[in-house]
Design a protein around this ligand. Structure first.
Ligand code: ZN
Length: 188
């Protein structure tokens, strides 16, 4: 369970460590605000929902072409620096004999993003969930994110975007499907 009190106490120590006075007026409520912020950004640490339930609402449909949901907003926290990374996800699949509601696909992104992450794992988890739940002919997932741990600190490369992709089934084995996917998301 997420322990907000513990986060508050911990953040008070961070402020002290920074040489700040946690009881000065502007900072008094900051630890509580930070704890609340984490409970929002990382709400799926405690998530009761099970992976298998996210894409459970499916419809039997014979459709042989690619279904693509583009530019789904992604907000997550880099587990190495605890700074946000944000961007978009593109999710595509060629159905087997079942399809799923588009809002559920968007939900799958949040399900994995709302916990400490690395972009590579997030990409793979989303693709695997679609593949395991829908048993499609293939899945393609691409994430494009800006990592604040890279843009505001360290090498300070403002504007650099990290791309990750996970291709499964026909997206991996069939060059035409793969090319169609990258062309549809504007990367070719
Ligand atoms: Zn980082």
């Amino acid at each position: 369970m997420m322990d907000l009190k513990k986060i508050e106490d911990g953040f008070r120590l961070v402020l002290e460590g920074l040489g700040e006075n946690p009881s000065r007026e502007g900072l008094q409520k900051t630890p509580a605000r930070v704890a609340k912020m984490y409970s929002e950004l990382l709400c799926n640490i405690d998530c009761e929902e099970e992976e298998k339930d996210i894409l459970a609402t499916q419809f039997v449909e014979k459709y042989d072409e690619m279904i693509l949901l583009k530019d789904i907003p992604v907000t997550s926290i880099c587990e190495h620096h605890f700074l946000p990374f944000t961007g978009v996800a593109h999710l595509a699949y060629v159905p087997g004999n079942r399809i799923v509601g588009l809002s559920k696909l968007a939900r799958a992104v949040d399900f994995y993003a709302r916990r400490p992450q690395v972009q590579e794992r997030l990409t793979t988890q989303i693709a695997k969930l679609i593949n395991d739940s829908l048993e499609p002919q293939g899945v393609g997932v691409v994430l494009e994110c800006i990592h604040t741990c890279m843009t505001i600190r360290g090498v300070k490369k403002t504007g650099s975007v990290m791309f990750t992709s996970k291709l499964i089934g026909s997206f991996k084995s069939n060059a035409t499907t793969r090319a169609e996917f990258f062309s549809m998301i504007g990367k070719h």
